[in-house]
Design a protein around this ligand. Structure first.
Ligand code: PLP
Length: 364
């Protein structure tokens, strides 16, 4: 089946980086091959750079998408009955609460309305006097385009004794991430977001403190497939755990190297510049930012209210017929907003020039 050239402007997956595309076409090797272990070692080192991870951090790829990264955190770092505090201001925060509950945690939430950031003070209040084992927060809430104030939330968590898990799915790879400075214990992303690799692997980082907490569990991790102990057997001990998707490792390796070679600060500037240009071009057409305060906007996902009278589904279908994909809202924002990806290879002016031409043709 041949797919025509496609303008993929969703907030993930993003267009493949050319180096990842090329790597996908390479020779097949087994998951226990010494060259694959060497490749994995380079990936682990590059992930430490990607996340700004301190010494003692374990990095690896999970064989699944960002949601597996999310679930692995709760499965490994919370035990049935543990108190877990979760920030919920959109669909992905809600997904975390659902997963943590399914793993038997006693879930409490800090909430904010869709389009608004979480309050660090609310985390401090919720942590006071409690026995919270794990705090989980989404850095960039993709469903609404909100950037949560992670440094301030991390500050509220530090010293509480709780581990901090950060969903960096829409941020890591498009800006410097400071796991060490934040004191974060678990961080994950998805390969198909800011790194522009194919979907299917989730890069994770686990702090030394989180590994110690995991080693002291009273109960085995219920999610065998992503048990940190089993993952370390493979990634550090080079013994078989499961058959990792070697082709995706090659593609991720190439895309991650390309991101680090370009530079994370440079990529942050690129996303911001493209985002500003797109917004300036769309505002005269009647689109307006869903998040009013620019400081609270996620730089990698531009969430826009639709112009009055614009038919969301019909307009996106007309764009799709011209081989252009953008995302609509999720949950409460369905039908009200569009979400445009500014991650990895999606944050390119040439793509958005073509998008504007196509959109103007569709709108007549
Ligand atoms: N977390 C966030 C913030 C996301 O945006 C997404 C996907 O869009 C996920 C988690 C889940 O990732 P995946 O769809 O790769 O499983």
């Amino acid at each position: 089946m041949t797919v025509r050239p496609h303008l993929l402007l969703t907030p993930g997956p993003t267009p493949l980086h050319p180096a990842a595309r090329e790597a996908l076409g390479g020779e097949s090797l087994g998951h226990m091959d010494p060259e694959v272990f060497a490749l994995n070692g380079e990936i682990q080192a590059d992930l430490r750079t990607l996340y700004g991870a301190p010494d003692g951090t374990f990095t690896a790829l999970l064989a699944g998408t960002g949601s597996l990264g999310m679930e692995a955190g709760f499965a490994n770092l919370a035990e049935p009955g543990d108190e877990v505090l979760i920030g919920v201001n959109g669909s992905f925060g809600a997904r975390m609460a659902e997963m943590a509950a399914r793993h038997g945690a006693h879930v409490r939430t800090v909430t904010a309305a869709p389009g608004e950031p979480l309050s660090p003070a609310a985390f401090a209040d919720a942590l006071a006097g409690g026995d919270v084992r794990l705090v989980a927060v989404v850095h960039g809430e993709t469903s609404t385009g909100v950037l949560n104030p992670l440094p301030e939330i991390a500050e509220a968590v530090r010293g509480s004794g709780a581990l901090l898990s950060v969903d960096a799915v829409t941020t890591a790879g498009m800006q410097p991430f400071d796991m060490a400075g934040l004191g974060a214990d678990y961080v994950y992303t998805g390969s198909q977001k800011c790194l522009s690799a194919p979907p299917g692997v989730a890069p994770i980082a686990v702090s030394g403190r989180a590994l110690a907490r995991h080693a002291a569990r009273r109960t085995p991790t219920a999610l065998w497939y992503a048990d940190f102990a089993g993952l370390r057997d493979y990634w550090e001990g080079h013994s078989y755990h499961h058959t990792v998707p070697v082709g995706l490792h090659f593609a991720l390796h190439a895309a991650l190297r390309a991101a680090l070679d370009e530079g994370l600060p440079q990529r942050q500037v690129r996303a911001a510049e493209v985002g500003r240009g797109v917004l300036a071009a769309l505002e005269p057409l009647g689109f307006s930012p869903f998040v009013p305060d620019p400081a609270q906007r996620l730089p990698t996902v531009l969430a826009l209210r639709l112009p009055p009278g614009l038919d969301d589904a019909a307009t996106r279908a007309a764009l799709r017929a011209r081989s252009v994909s953008v995302a609509g809202g999720m949950g409460p924002t369905a039908g009200q907003i569009w979400r445009l990806g500014l991650m990895g290879e999606g944050a390119r002016p040439a793509l958005y020039h073509r998008f504007l031409t196509e959109l103007e043709a569709v709108l007549g």
